[in-house]
Design a protein around this ligand. Structure first.
Ligand SMILES: Nc1ncnc2c1ncn2[C@@H]1O[C@H](COP(=O)(O)OP(=O)(O)OP(=O)(O)O)[C@@H](O)[C@H]1O
Length: 319
């Protein structure tokens, strides 16, 4: 059974089509990145999956359970972390988690054990008796993740879990998500515009733009579909120029300079040694040479460029 399924899922708010005709199949296991810039429709998809918003048309399910028809069944198997969810500020972190664990139907002792375990793993243990109103943004995000994980969900839906966090904290939180997913055999659907973090933890992706799914698959298949090749980069001794150097057919594009590096797209990365040899044979002194593989952000941008009219909104973050 698939972890998440959507078939022709559509959500309209007045004139705005937040999600259009989305068909998505996420298998169990791994971390699926639902990528998109601001307003692409990620939150709306997640809200429909957890039953907070009803689709205008089409269907979706989580482990075969329909949030529209049987929200209780979805809540039993699914944990959700949404930016809009707020803990009770006057209660401590521990009290909040115990409250949500028991609201999810856990017995008192089991809830206590799970809350202690999560607070320790997420490094919130020292803060357990502080009221949540005193928590920092990072602590609140961890508490929110702990809440989503409290009843051992089989599927975890996360909407921009690191928004508002600095680089180190965001990196640490993504690493925790990845560890929990592997350790507890949880499938994660991560809605994000942070390509750098997504690339470090996701096993497959769906690219959402203007509410439509424009591509999906693992990194390699998205990269191939987008035609993203590796780049060769060279820095020459004494700041020498490679302008006009046209070796042979190894390059897909001309060499361009950026911050002292001469850069061009290779037709095939296996061409790198031949290109390097050719530059040296033409008498240039190569100080440094490197092969740069495309990142998820490169693939994402190229994918949007291939969908006319959509590239103007490709302002996702590198992380
Ligand atoms: N309750 C609502 N009423 C009206 N329009 C809405 C509502 N919720 C979302 N939208 C619109 O639907 C579109 C998709 O929004 P959504 O929040 O799903 O995008 P997102 O990819 O999650 O963006 P962000 O990263 O900014 O959260 C946007 O144009 C947004 O303005």
């Amino acid at each position: 059974m698939e972890a998440v399924t959507a078939v022709q899922l559509t959500k309209t708010y007045g004139e705005v089509q937040a999600v259009r005709d989305l068909t998505l199949h996420v298998p169990q296991g791994g971390v699926f990145g639902l990528l998109g810039a601001q307003g692409a429709g990620k939150t709306t998809v997640i809200r429909m999956l957890c039953g907070l918003t009803k689709p205008t048309s089409g269907e979706c399910s989580v482990l075969g359970c329909s949030p529209a028809k049987d929200p209780a069944a979805v809540h039993a198997v699914c944990g959700v972390m949404l930016a809009s969810a707020r803990p009770y500020a006057h209660m401590t972190g521990q009290q909040n988690l115990l409250f949500f664990a028991q609201a999810a139907g856990m017995a008192e002792k089991a809830a206590e054990r799970r809350v202690s375990e999560l607070m320790k793993d997420l490094e919130l243990w020292e803060e357990r008796e502080r009221p949540v109103s005193e928590y920092s943004t990072g602590m609140l995000q961890k508490l929110s993740l702990a809440r989503a994980l409290v009843n051992y969900p089989s599927v975890l839906l996360l909407d921009e879990p690191t928004s508002g966090l600095d680089y180190e904290s965001a990196h640490a939180l993504h690493a925790l998500v990845s560890q929990f997913a592997a350790r507890e055999d949880t499938t994660v659907l991560l809605g994000t515009s942070m390509m750098h973090y997504a690339q470090s933890i996701c096993t497959a992706y769906g690219i959402l733009e203007g509410g439509e799914l424009v591509a999906s698959g693992d990194f390699q298949s998205l990269r191939e579909a987008a035609g993203c090749r590796a780049h060769a980069e060279f820095r020459l001794s004494g700041g020498e120029s490679l302008e006009g150097f046209r070796p042979d057919e190894t390059l897909a594009t001309g060499l361009l300079e950026h911050n002292g590096w001469w850069r061009a797209e290779l037709r095939d990365e296996e061409e790198m040694p031949r290109l390097l040899r050719s530059i040296v044979e033409h008498g240039y002194d190569v100080l440094e040479a490197r092969l740069v593989e495309p990142t998820l952000e490169d693939v994402y941008k190229r994918t949007l460029e291939q969908h006319p009219g959509k590239e103007g909104t490709a302002d996702a973050h590198a992380g």
